[in-house]
Design a protein around this ligand. Structure first.
Ligand SMILES: Nc1ncnc2c1ncn2[C@@H]1O[C@H](COP(=O)(O)OP(=O)(O)OP(=O)(O)O)[C@@H](O)[C@H]1O
Length: 666
C-alpha cells in the first residue's frame, strides 16, 4: 500500500514514495525543458545514472503505468520495447450547438485502466482518428543484487502516430518523446546507493492509488478544467485547424480538460458570440483563441465589453474605471505576427502555449482603450501595437492584397516606404517621471518587478505626487507608434520598443519625425535586426505614457466629420495642459501656425498654401491607425492604458534566453 505519499507544496519537487521509495513521476520533458529550472533536467536525462526530479507544479497529468520488465545482460543496454500498460482512453462526442456554431465539438477524457501491449485509441469511427500510442524506452541498468533487481529508468510516451514517432526518433533521440514518465523499479535494500529505488509494483490498484493522489493534488491547483476555444481557420498560413488537431487536442485530452471548440466562419464571429446574451460563459475557466493578434483582439474586445455591460459600467467614457474580467484568456499562435504571444511567452510555439494554459500559468497584461476623440465612444481595446502614418498606410495597403498571405506585409511596407509620406498632427501625452522611459535598460520578463509594482500601485489610490505632467507636441510625422508590448516578432529581433513592459500600465510612444528615406531605412533596419538601438536616431522621440491623444491637422474644409483642426485646438484633454513644440522646430517650420489664430485667417492661410504647393496639400491629409493589425479609420483618437486588466495564460518572457541571443542595445 501507499505508505508515504508526499507531493508537498506547489513549489516543492515531486517526491512520491511507496514504502519510502520514490516510484513515479511524469512531466513533459520536451517542452518543459525550456523552463529555466528544468534546463538541468535535460542534461540529467542524458545520463542514465542520474535521477530526474521535477516540480509538482510542472506536471501536466498523471498516467498509470504498470510494466513487465525484461532484463538485459548487457550493461547500460537501451531498447525500445512495447510493454503492457494502462492508459487514458478518450471519449469524443460530437455536439452541434446551434446557438454557438454549427461546427462545435466537445471533447472529454476519462481515465481507465487497461492492460495492453500498445494502446491505440480511436474514439469514434465518425471522427478523424485520434490516436494515443504509448512507447517505452528502457534504460536497463545492471542488476545489483542476487535476487535480480532491475531498474526501469524511463518510459516514453508518444501521442503521435507511428510515422511521426519514427520520424522524431530518427531526427533526434532526445526529442523523440512528447511525454516522459520516469518509473524507478528494482529494490536492493542492502545497497546504500539505492535510497531512491523502489520495489516494483505490478499491482494496478497500488499505482492507481498513487496516480489518484497526484491527480487530486494537481486538481487543487488553479488550472483550467473547461475551456472555450475559437479557431480562426484563415489566420496566418491557414493552419489553425491543423494545429488544433495535431498539437492542441491531444494535450487537452491528456490533461483531462474539457473544451468547446468553435471554428469561426467569418470575421468578428468570435466577438459576436462572446457578446451574445444567449452565450453562457459561466461554465468556462478561460477562453482561448487559436489565431493571430487580430483574432486575439476579437476575443479581448468581446470579453471586456461583456464584462463592462454586466457590471453596468459606461465603457464609452474614457475615464471609466474598467472591471477586470473573471475569465482568463489564452492564445495559441496561428497568425502572421503573433506579437502578443512573442511578448508574453518569448517565442511562437503552439505546444509551449498550450502547456502554459494546461498548467494554469498566468500573467497580467495591460490593455489600451481606444476612444473616438470627439464623440467619447469606444473604438476598440488593444493589447499590443498601434501605428499611424507608415504602419497605418501599410496595413491599409496589406488588407487590399490579403491573397498574398504573410508576404503582403513586406510588399505593402516597401510600397509605403517608397512613398515616404508625412502626416501633420498634434499629440498630447501624459508623462509620469516614475514610469521611466522606453530608453531605460530594464527588460520585462518572468516575475518582472516593474510590472509587479505597477500592479500593486494601480490597486491603490494615486497620491498627489503621481499626477502626470501633460504636454502637447505638434509636427509632421512619418509614423506615430504606440507599443503596449515590445512588438517582437519574426520580422523584428527585439521589437519596436525592446524595453516595453506587459503590465506597467503604460504604452511606449515612438514619434518618427521628418527624415530622409535613407535615414528612415536605417531606423527600420535597427528595429528589424537591432543593428543599433532604435532610439539613437535624432528624428526619433520616445515617451512612456499612460494616456495620449492624437489629432490630425487637416484642412478645415475637409468634408469628413471630426477632423477639422479648430476642434483640436479646443482641447479639454487635461486641465493642466502645457503646450510644447520641443524637438520639432525643424519639423514645424513649414507648418502652418495655427495657434490662437482666428478660424477665418487660418482657413485663408491654408488655402493660400494649398494653391501654391501641391506637396503641402498631400501633407494635410490623414492616415489611419493600425490597431493590432486591424484598421481604425478614425485618426482623431484618445488612448488610455488600463493597468493589468487581463489575466493571460502565458509563462512570461524569459529574459535570460533573450539576452543569450545577443545584447539588447540601450
Ligand atoms: N473565419 C474567418 N474568416 C475570415 N476572417 C476571419 C475569420 N475568423 C476570424 N477572422 C478575422 O481574421 C483577422 C485576422 O486574423 P488573425 O489575427 O488570426 O491572423 P493574421 O492577421 O494573419 O495574424 P496577425 O494578426 O498575428 O498578423 C481577424 O481580424 C479576425 O477578425
Amino acid at each position: 500500500m501507499v505508505s508515504k505519499l508526499q507531493p508537498k507544496t506547489e513549489n516543492c519537487f515531486v517526491s512520491l514514495y511507496v514504502n519510502n521509495k520514490r516510484c513515479l513521476v511524469m512531466y513533459n520533458r520536451e517542452y518543459l525543458a525550456f523552463e529555466p529550472e528544468l534546463t538541468t533536467t535535460k542534461t540529467l536525462l542524458a545520463n542514465n545514472n542520474d535521477r530526474v526530479t521535477i516540480k509538482l507544479s510542472d506536471m501536466m497529468a498523471v498516467w498509470i503505468c504498470s510494466c513487465r520488465i525484461r532484463r538485459h545482460k548487457q550493461r547500460s543496454h537501451r531498447s525500445s520495447i512495447p510493454l503492457s500498460c494502462n492508459c487514458i482512453e478518450n471519449e469524443l462526442k460530437l455536439q452541434t450547438q446551434s446557438s454557438l456554431s454549427s461546427s462545435s465539438i466537445t471533447t472529454s477524457s476519462t481515465m481507465v485502466t487497461k492492460n495492453r501491449h500498445e494502446s491505440m485509441i480511436n474514439p469514434s469511427k465518425k471522427q478523424p482518428p485520434f490516436m494515443v500510442r504509448i512507447y517505452y524506452t528502457i534504460y536497463d541498468l545492471p542488476s545489483r543484487n542476487k535476487n535480480g533487481g532491475f531498474r526501469l529508468e524511463l518510459l516514453t510516451l508518444s501521442t503521435h502516430d507511428d510515422d511521426q514517432h519514427r520520424q522524431r526518433q530518427s531526427s533526434s533521440s532526445s526529442a523523440s518523446a512528447s511525454m516522459t514518465i520516469q518509473s524507478i523499479s528494482s529494490n536492493n535494500n542492502n545497497n546504500d546507493d539505492d535510497d531512491d529505488d523502489i520495489a516494483i509494483h505490478r499491482e494496478t490498484q497500488l499505482l492507481t492509488e498513487i496516480a489518484y493522489s497526484i491527480r487530486t493534488k494537481l486538481e487543487s491547483f488553479d488550472r483550467p478544467k473547461r475551456l472555450l476555444l475559437f479557431i480562426n481557420p484563415y489566420g496566418g498560413n491557414k493552419k489553425g485547424i491543423q494545429i488544433f488537431e495535431n498539437k492542441i487536442k491531444p494535450i487537452l485530452n491528456i490533461s483531462c480538460i474539457r473544451s468547446n471548440v468553435i471554428i469561426t466562419e467569418h470575421a468578428n464571429q468570435a466577438k459576436e458570440i462572446l457578446l451574445a446574451e444567449t452565450t453562457d460563459l459561466n461554465d468556462y475557466d478561460g477562453i482561448i483563441c487559436i489565431g493571430g493578434d487580430g483574432m486575439f483582439g476579437e476575443v479581448l474586445n468581446g470579453v471586456l465589453i461583456r464584462t463592462q455591460r454586466e457590471n453596468q459600467i459606461n465603457y464609452g467614457n474614457i475615464d471609466a474605471m474598467l472591471k477586470k474580467p473573471a475569465l482568463k484568456l489564452g492564445i495559441v499562435p496561428a497568425g502572421s505576427t503573433d506579437a502578443v504571444v512573442y511578448a508574453t511567452c518569448g517565442h511562437k510555439d503552439p505546444i509551449h502555449s498550450i502547456i502554459s494554459i494546461v498548467l494554469g500559468r498566468t500573467i497580467n497584461i495591460d490593455v489600451g482603450a481606444v476612444h473616438n476623440r470627439d464623440e467619447e465612444q469606444l473604438i476598440r481595446y488593444t493589447a499590443s501595437f498601434m501605428g499611424y502614418g507608415f504602419f497605418g498606410d501599410t496595413i491599409r495597403e496589406s488588407e487590399r492584397i490579403r491573397w498574398m498571405g504573410t508576404k503582403r506585409y513586406d510588399w505593402a511596407g516597401v510600397k509605403k516606404f517608397l512613398k515616404h509620406r508625412l502626416y501633420s498632427g498634434e499629440i498630447k501625452i501624459c508623462l509620469e517621471p516614475n514610469d521611466g522611459s522606453p530608453k531605460d535598460y530594464n527588460p520585462c520578463g518572468i516575475n518582472c518587478s516593474t510590472c509587479q509594482q505597477a500592479g500593486i500601485k494601480s490597486r491603490e489610490t494615486l497620491s498627489a505626487d503621481d499626477s502626470p505632467a501633460c504636454i502637447s507636441i505638434r509636427g509632421r510625422f512619418l509614423a506615430i507608434n504606440s507599443a503596449i508590448v515590445s512588438g517582437r516578432c519574426h520580422m523584428s529581433k527585439y521589437g519596436m520598443s525592446p524595453m516595453a513592459h506587459v503590465g506597467n500600465g503604460c504604452a511606449d510612444l515612438i514619434l518618427v519625425s521628418k527624415c530622409s528615406r535613407f535615414q528612415y531605412l536605417r531606423y527600420l533596419f535597427s528595429v528589424a535586426f537591432h543593428t543599433k538601438s532604435p532610439f539613437e536616431f535624432d528624428f526619433i522621440d520616445s515617451y512612456r505614457v499612460r494616456e495620449f491623444e492624437f489629432n490630425p491637422i487637416v484642412e478645415p474644409t475637409h468634408k469628413r466629420k471630426g477632423y477639422m483642426f479648430e476642434k483640436s485646438i479646443d482641447c479639454d484633454f487635461f486641465d493642466t495642459f502645457e503646450e510644447c513644440d520641443y524637438g520639432y522646430e525643424s519639423a514645424i517650420n513649414d507648418e502652418i501656425n495655427i495657434d490662437r489664430v482666428s478660424k477665418n485667417s487660418y482657413k485663408s492661410n491654408i488655402q493660400r498654401q494649398k494653391q501654391s504647393n501641391r506637396k503641402k496639400r498631400c501633407i494635410l491629409s490623414s492616415s489611419v491607425w493600425n490597431c493590432d493589425g486591424e484598421i481604425v479609420n478614425d485618426p482623431a483618437i484618445h488612448v488610455k492604458i488600463h493597468c493589468q486588466l487581463i489575466e493571460l495564460y502565458a509563462p512570461g518572457f524569459d529574459v535570460g534566453r533573450l539576452l543569450a541571443n545577443g545584447n539588447i542595445r540601450q
